[in-house]
Design a protein around this ligand. Structure first.
Ligand code: G4P
Length: 288
């Protein structure tokens, strides 16, 4: 479990973070927001548009290896129709990362042309990574900067301590990501973040969470459940379904009852580690 999962967001902390990121906006040419491709809505920051102050944005759909490829393709088309660049990536294997530099150059082609007109062709393009905890910001930065040497920023007037890594021929990446908050006052978003383990499940009821996940999977990915646990009756309520799953795994306690806590932990763990297959919990809105 990543350290960032234990972050507690308070209004003062959020304001401080936001100010810090806004102060760095002056140093960069574009922002790359990392989201979790399994929950592309819930893993976005609700206030990013206001924080960007007009800087171009590229959205990285990370953890694509665990997301449903058909739904990821739908999301890419959806954002394309809104003129927003989305790049599917997988920081575990590195898949998709070679497209990062060309995609950023495409995003910043006007800026590149302006630089060339001013006699500054090849001027580094600077980027900052932002995202909510656990989406893979550090994994992304580590992968791209493997072997790259950090350049310490010592221009006068620039916040001290900023380090930049050269990526490819022309990109420079700020070494520390901007950690943003999710929209945590929305119940469904909170649930989806908890399903993926992005929020600490010590603060939620594990059985209730697993029942909600079982319900969602029964509706959207019934075959993922039956492939893993055997034939299941999907007409029962979510508690019964969790019991059935537990029974299939022999998780019984004395008296013939199912140990639902064990079953719940197992279902959540198997979903989070991808054992249920490639699943995306959020689809593009119907009216889109
Ligand atoms: P953060 O900086 O945004 O908080 O996220 P971080 O990079 O720490 O990644 C959070 C977890 O997600 C890590 O797992 C990491 O390995 C995993 N992860 C990141 N990118 C991908 C990806 O593209 N695919 C998959 N399948 N997993 C990814 P962890 O369980 O916290 O640690 P560990 O398994 O690396 O030890």
């Amino acid at each position: 479990m990543s350290e960032a999962q234990n972050i507690q967001w308070f209004p003062g902390h959020m304001t401080k973070t936001r100010r810090k990121i806004e102060a760095q906006m002056g140093l960069i040419d574009a922002v790359a927001e990392i989201v979790d491709a399994r929950i592309p809505v819930s893993s976005r920051n609700p206030d990013l548009a206001g924080i960007l102050s007009g800087k171009p944005l590229i959205i990285l759909f990370n953890k694509c290896d665990m997301a449903d490829p058909v739904v990821t393709a739908d999301w890419i088309r959806y954002y394309e129709s809104k003129n927003i660049k989305v790049l599917p990536v997988d920081c575990k294997s590195g898949k998709g990362l070679q497209q990062f530099e060309p995609s950023v150059k495409e995003l910043l082609k006007d800026k590149i042309a302006r630089n060339a007109e001013k006699g500054m062709a090849g001027k580094p393009l600077r980027l900052m990574i932002v995202g909510i905890p656990n989406v893979g910001k550090s994994s992304f930065i580590n992968r791209l900067t493997k072997g790259a040497k950090a350049k310490v920023e010592n221009r006068p007037g620039v916040t001290r301590g900023n380090q930049w890594f050269s990526i490819g021929k022309q990109l420079e990446l700020l070494d520390t990501p901007g950690i943003l908050w999710p929209k945590f006052d929305d119940k469904t978003i909170g649930e989806h973040l908890a399903f993926t383990g992005a929020v600490n499940d010590r603060v939620v009821d594990v059985e209730w969470l697993a029942m909600r996940l079982a319900e969602l999977l029964a509706a959207e990915y019934p075959e993922a459940l039956s492939n893993r646990y055997g034939a299941l009756d999907f007409s029962v309520d979510s508690y019964e379904l969790l019991c059935e799953i537990g029974k299939k795994r022999g998780m019984m306690i004395r008296g013939g009852e199912v140990n639902t806590e064990r079953a719940a932990n197992m279902l959540l763990e198997e979903f989070r580690s991808g054992k249920l297959g490639r699943i995306t919990l959020e689809r593009i809105p119907d009216h889109a």
